[in-house]
Design a protein around this ligand. Structure first.
Ligand code: NAP
Ligand code: F7E
Length: 354
């Protein structure tokens, strides 16, 4: 019997990873946060009946510990138990508003789970594999290009600083206590399940609203930063591969970068997304006065609003996933921005119920 526990199961990646693991015959467990609405787990509603969910929070050590112990005790015959730590306050801009909370969830939360694993009996611990959801934001104000597993970190947001802590504490528990604990360092990955306060879905849903007449234009912050974008479905497959590496004392598991190897500006994403709907954007003006107009109608469709600027910006990211491609044989289906944009436009955000 193969067991998997996913923190962050209700999120974009958690929902795709659940589907992947269910298809591979894992029994999948997850924690959900208590909210005042009962039906806030729309991304996993279609597979809800196949999952074992319990209330939990990354700030609540007792709950995390009880749940992990309970899974182990009720499945004594398990062969492998994979723990995917995807839970996070994952919004970079919001981490400047709630830095302490972000640190508690994204940084200390990881330590809480690692400690539960470390204190299990050796015979059980040896069957546990732990994945930590690291991020290209840890490279921050990048020190070299492209960024790979050896590139020094230089984080420039509370989110990224917390994730750097998570990265090193995971590595330390691997090296110090012999745990199978790995860090994925994932560059931006998006999908039709992305929420609208990330820039890609903000643009896609803004265009949909413009076309149905409910919105006039899209307000954005820095449109000249560059990102290396892929699709979440491809990236959760890479996470799974990272937990299937051989594990011998002489050869501890390793960390991996997942990236598309291409980088583009937010401006390019805007142009391509409008182009998908047959609209050509023409830019004029400079700085906060720059606007993007529909080249045919002359109507303003993009404006700059400084409220979306961040205290520190990550201007440029470009990943090198050679190691993952060679050692994990990781491949990705969504290999162009156009393919990603198409999926984001045509797929409904909430998977239909069976
Ligand atoms: P997401 O859609 O924002 O999902 C985050 C998940 O974490 C949600 O299930 C959320 O629950 C849960 N969560 C937040 N705070 C929690 C808490 N205090 N206790 C328990 N659960 C909590 O993020 P994602 O895009 O799927 O990303 C998954 C992971 O990969 C995150 O750790 C993120 O930092 C990391 N990452 C993402 C990217 C990317 O481009 N997507 C790139 C690199 C790394 P609710 O549904 O209740 O909010
Ligand atoms: O910003 C710029 C913004 O918020 C991308 C998370 O999944 O990927 C994600 O973090 C860029 C930035 O994603 C708006 O300033 C302009 O330069 O979509 P984003 P992110 O910050 O790259 C990493 C890898 C993660 O780990 C994170 O969890 O777009 N931008 N105008 C804007 N961004 C937003 N959100 N909204 C705007 O209006």
């Amino acid at each position: 019997m193969k067991l998997a526990f996913i923190t962050g199961i209700t999120g974009q990646d958690g929902s795709y990873l659940s589907e992947l693991l269910l298809n591979k015959d894992y029994k999948v467990f997850g924690i959900v946060r208590r909210t005042s609405l009962l039906y806030s787990h729309t991304r996993i509603e279609h597979i809800r009946h196949k999952l074992t969910l319990r209330y939990g929070d990354m700030t609540d050590t007792t709950g995390l510990s009880n749940f992990i112990h309970n899974i182990i005790q009720t499945h004594p015959e398990f062969e492998v138990f994979e723990i995917y730590n995807l839970a996070a306050q994952s919004h970079v801009a919001i981490s400047f508003e709630i830095p302490e909370y972000t640190n508690d969830v994204d940084g200390a939360g990881v330590l809480r789970i690692l400690e539960v694993i470390r204190t299990l009996p050796t015979s059980i611990k040896n069957k546990i594999r732990f994945y930590q959801a690291g991020t290209s934001e840890m490279f921050g104000a990048v020190k070299e290009t492209p960024q790979n597993e050896r590139t020094p970190f230089n984080p420039v947001s509370p989110y990224a600083v917390a994730k750097v802590y998570a990265h090193y504490i995971t590595r330390m528990y691997r090296e110090g206590y012999g745990l199978y604990a790995v860090n994925g360092i994932l560059f931006n990955h998006e999908s039709s399940r992305r929420v609208e306060n990330f820039v890609t879905m903000k643009i896609v849903s803004g265009i949909k609203n413009i076309l149905n007449g409910t919105q006039e234009y899209i307000e954005l912050g820095n449109i000249d930063s560059k990102r290396d974008w892929g699709h979440a479905k491809d990236y959760v497959y890479g996470m799974w591969l990272m937990l299937q590496q051989p594990h011998q004392e002489q050869q501890p598991p390793e960390d991996f970068v997942l990236a598309s190897g291409k980088t583009q500006t937010i401006r390019t994403f805007v142009e391509k997304a409008f182009a998908f709907k047959g609209i050509r954007i023409e830019w004029s003006g400079e700085g906060v006065d720059e606007i993007g107009k529909d080249a045919v109608t002359g109507l303003t469709r993009v404006k700059i609003n400084p409220k979306y600027f961040r205290p520190c910006e990550v201007e440029f990211l470009l990943g090198d996933a050679t190691k993952a491609r060679e050692k994990l044989k990781w491949t990705f289906e969504y290999d162009t921005l156009d393919k990603l944009i198409e999926e984001m436009f045509i797929t409904p955000p909430h998977p239909p119920h069976p």
